[in-house]
Ligand binder design. Structure first.
Ligand code: MTE
Ligand code: MO
Length: 373
């Protein structure tokens, strides 16, 4: 058996730019994917005027948000290995010096701080710390620019070091010290792979049994997970009240529908995913009244966004649907799921389901639908 001291010495030798640069490549790719898909998700929820997000393919948001969460989780072990590889250098003297060194140090401090902040708050969010959602969305969004900007500066400053490190062989011939570096890289790759597989199961059904890191991985009434139940939202009584009405407002006309009246309108079915911002998603067969037909039953819809209001007065009790989703044939005011009546926890008596939208905008327990001026 090798003496401990020599094993320790060999592991120490694996630290340095050779490992740091090589781990940096998948880490940079993961962070870039995470940043890009995060921007998409934010823009869908807070659309700038120039932003265009199509209604089809319906699975696109499922893919981008699944990628967002998987790439973020995969980045965590890679970041830890990278920090381990450069750790002694982070404290090399002088801590500050000439301007280039100040930029280098500053960008590293910002980069490490902001990336750790992003990964930690993202993880907390998928573990559902809903109390600080407002703080989360604005801060996670703003900090994403800080993280990505400092990554760009860091890469620009370090490019010569990175290129030199990548052009040197990983192994150092003759010293017998090459193996630990390869082992460190293998361990980094394996742990990133394991972390990725453990969350990817929340979007890919046949990997679901492996998704140990996914808090809501598939079970729920009618085979669809529930983030917020009717009881948690405090709507059980109002949703089951025989006096329930869904008010629909189109221009200066308005009509209030009972659930039975909604059931009497022509029904349609759509196979659409529920894709949560937390990364989990599942495809399901929804039935109900096409939104455009429901609007037509009330008045003359001439375009514009449509607002959805829930019996639930909470943070997610309201959403706005853009015109191109309003007119899409697969957008339903859903009354059924998987061939049965909508479960109370899935939004009974009626909920919105539209293609290619984040779950958070698929408002449950609808009380009012209104075409915005
Ligand atoms: N009124 C209301 N609608 C809501 C929510 C909510 O809390 N209240 N949660 C949203 C979120 S975050 C998701 S992911 C989906 C989940 O729908 P499900 O519970 O039917 O899977 O509902 C959305 N609709
Ligand atoms: Mo969600």
């Amino acid at each position: 058996m090798a003496p401990l001291a020599s094993a320790g010495g060999a592991v120490m030798s694996a630290r340095g730019p050779e490992v740091a640069a090589r781990v940096g490549i998948p880490l940079g790719i993961a962070i870039t994917l995470c940043f890009g898909t995060g921007l998409i998700s934010h823009w869908i929820q807070h659309p700038p005027g120039w932003f265009y997000w199509p209604a089809h393919p319906a699975w696109e948001y499922r893919l981008t948000q699944g990628t967002h969460v998987v790439s973020g989780v995969v980045a965590i072990p890679l970041l830890l290995v990278k920090l381990w590889a450069v750790y002694p250098r982070l404290f090399r003297r002088p801590l500050i010096g000439d301007p280039l060194r100040i930029v280098e140090r500053g960008s590293i401090a910002l980069l490490v701080g902001s990336v750790i902040f992003q990964l930690a708050t993202g993880l907390f969010n998928i573990a559902q710390f809903y109390a600080w959602t407002f703080f989360f969305t604005t801060t996670h969004y703003a900090m994403a620019y800080v993280a990505f900007g400092s990554l760009a500066v860091h890469l620009a400053v370090k490019l010569p070091v990175v290129r030199a490190a990548l052009s040197r062989p990983l192994e150092q011939p003759g010293t017998g010290r090459g193996l630990p570096r390869r082992a460190v890289l293998t361990a980094a790759g394996l742990s990133a792979g394991v972390a990725g597989v453990m969350v990817v199961g929340q979007s890919v059904p046949w990997l679901r049994p492996l998704s140990l890191l996914a808090p809501r991985s598939g079970s729920g009434p009618q085979g669809v997970p529930v983030n917020r139940s009717a009881a948690a939202a405090g709507v059980t009584t109002t949703a089951l009240d025989p006096g329930y009405r869904l008010t629909v407002v189109v221009g200066d006309r308005q009509r209030a529908f009972t659930r039975a009246e909604l059931e009497q309108l022509p029904q349609a079915a759509a196979e659409l995913p529920m894709a949560c911002v937390e990364g989990w998603s599942v495809s399901a067969r929804w039935t109900g009244v096409p939104l455009r037909d429901l609007l037509a039953a009330v008045g003359d819809y001439r375009g514009g966004d449509v607002a959805f209001v829930s019996l639930d007065g909470g943070l997610y009790g309201r959403s706005v649907l853009p015109h191109r989703h309003v007119i899409d044939a697969s957008t339903l005011v859903a009354l059924g799921l998987g061939g049965a009546d909508l479960d109370l926890d899935h939004g009974y008596p009626a909920r919105l389901i539209a293609p290619n939208r984040p779950g958070v905008l698929q408002t449950k327990w609808l009380s009012r639908i209104e075409v915005l001026p």
